[in-house]
Design a protein around this ligand. Structure first.
Ligand code: ADP
Ligand code: ZN
Ligand code: MG
Length: 494
């Protein structure tokens, strides 16, 4: 750890380059499927394998998606932009070049406002981060090195459409970089253009990092940190790189223009390669593709399709449903969760703030616990939103106890029936009838004379024991408040 007085002398400067894989059904320039996890090399054709004589054909959805992102990040959209070939040799790049954009990125000079963490009840301050450019490109294949001395190639990913979002060097801490990256993830998922999944590498990030003495007029020499495979690791890697650079400067050594790899286990960055000179990719205009022209009509069509984004939705939940800011933030962080929540609300007979809060509590508790235990998204856990709403309704109108609801919840993840159907079939309706509960309570007291004696002798903590036994005897169906009351009554009498 670096001494904090030394750390305080420096100001970090950070710019991010984010790649997002687009959710188009087919690849950028051919009709091969883009789906993840197919058998190696099964989604390939002469075009994406780069056979001579084949011609690329631009996927229109690629243009639609990038314009969506450009408009959502306040970019100018170029009327006419061209593709360029980025030439280099690598085994997973059969054509010998990537189709990309160079001098004329389709979107440029925009910004995003990121929100820094606030308190539980108040949103944090906004900070504006410039977006230099967003351009289209195609992905490469993958070299897989886990076969002993051999390397295998999977070219399924070759030609998958990507956008690259390059930020201005506007971030001044690893926390800001983290919030910016999360903000980009939120944007691409809310816009429906990428699943934003880092584990499957559909979202990737390189961080450009430099430090300078506070107040210094010029930026310091930057390095580029790669290989960060989780959101938190992006922040950790940048923090580690900031410290490494400060220690170098403090020791009187220069920071070199290098690519760094983050070692997540050790929490340090290591030199991957030194960039003596800039890569010479020999970019030149792609002769096989026409320029892309964006009309005003197309732009306004895309603009009219722009959905409500995360912060707007969160604030609407607070206003319309009277949810606490914190809860609304948790529910909207993941678009799928927010969609699910709204589907559950839509299935209610009557939408009240109480019902909204109860459904929200269930999602933030049991539903999210199951999601993280099973590493599944909310749409994959097997619980329909209308069933969750029904379950919460049954608790609220006291048809079932919380205990029964817990069991029912676990069952609903597998069952194909609605909560009401299961409750009816199995007679799980809550027992509030005092006479029936009194019989159970008396039985429990009779069966436990020893504990009754101890209770009478002053061990009042045994109350909980009797309540537990009575609930068990009722198979969880007895109304707990009635049980509590009657146990006290009957123990007095016994
Ligand atoms: P390069 O010439 O290495 O491609 P660019 O100027 O194109 O550099 O910027 C690439 C990325 O690096 C951008 O995200 C930009 O914001 C960021 N960047 C540029 N200069 C610095 C710096 N001194 N410190 C940190 N980040 C920087
Ligand atoms: Zn193909
Ligand atoms: Mg550059």
């Amino acid at each position: 750890m670096i001494d904090s007085t030394i750390r305080e002398k420096y100001e970090p400067v950070i710019g991010l380059e984010v790649h997002a894989q687009l959710l188009t059904a087919t690849k950028a320039f051919c009709s091969c499927a883009t789906s993840f996890g197919a058998p190696p090399n099964s989604h390939t054709c002469p075009i994406c394998l780069g056979h001579p004589g084949t011609l690329p054909v631009l996927n229109e959805n690629l243009v639609r998606y990038i314009v969506r992102m450009g408009l959502a990040t306040n970019c100018s959209i170029r009327e006419r932009s061209i593709f360029a070939r980025k030439n280099y040799f690598y085994p997973d790049l059969p054509k010998g070049y990537q189709i990309s954009q160079y001098e004329t990125p389709i979107c440029h000079d925009g910004w995003v406002d990121i929100e820094m963490p606030g308190t539980k009840d108040e949103v944090g301050p906004l900070k504006r981060i410039g977006v230099t450019r967003i351009h289209m490109e195609e992905d490469t294949g993958q070299s897989i090195h886990d076969f002993g001395s051999e390397t295998m190639l999977d070219l399924n990913r070759c030609g998958t459409p990507l956008i690259e979002i390059v930020s201005e060097p506007d971030m001044r801490s690893s926390e800001e970089a983290y919030q910016y990256f999360m903000g980009i993830r939120s944007l691409v998922t809310y816009l429906g253009i990428s699943d934003g999944n880092m584990e499957e590498a559909s979202l990737r990030c390189d961080a450009n990092v430099s430090v300078r003495l506070k107040g210094a007029p010029k930026f310091g020499q930057k390095t580029e940190v790669k290989n960060m495979n989780s959101f938190r690791n992006v922040q950790r890697a940048i923090e580690a790189e900031i410290e490494r650079q400060i220690l170098l400067i403090e020791a009187g050594e220069p920071v070199l223009h290098q690519s760094m790899l983050f070692d997540a286990n050790k929490g340090v960055t290591r030199v991957m390669r030194t960039k003596e000179e800039a890569h010479d990719y020999r970019y030149f205009p792609e002769p096989d593709l026409l320029p892309v022209t964006i009309t005003e009509a197309f732009k306004s069509e895309v603009r009219s399709e722009l959905p409500e984004l995360q912060r707007a939705r969160r604030d609407r939940f607070v206003k319309q449903l009277a949810l606490p800011l914190y809860d609304a933030g948790v529910l909207t962080a993941d678009k799928l969760v927010a969609d699910y929540f709204e589907l559950a609300l839509a299935s209610l007979d009557k939408l009240t703030p109480e019902a909204a809060k109860a459904i929200s509590n269930y999602i933030m508790g049991d539903v999210m616990r199951i999601m993280s235990e099973k590493h599944k998204s909310i749409t994959e856990i097997g619980l329909k939103p209308e069933h969750l709403a029904e379950l919460v309704g049954l608790i609220q109108n006291k048809t079932i106890t919380n205990k029964i609801a817990k069991d029912l919840f676990a069952e609903l993840l597998y069952a194909d029936k609605s909560p009401k159907e299961i409750v009816k079939e199995r007679g799980l309706v809550q027992v509030t009838d005092t006479d029936a509960i009194r019989t159970i309570v008396r039985g429990v007291i009779e069966q436990n004379p020893d504990n009754l004696a101890k209770y009478k002798a002053g061990k009042t903590t045994l109350l909980g024991f009797f309540v537990g036994q009575a609930m068990k005897a009722s198979q969880g169906k007895a109304n707990p408040e009635v049980v509590n009351e009657l146990i006290k009554e009957e123990l007095e009498k016994a």
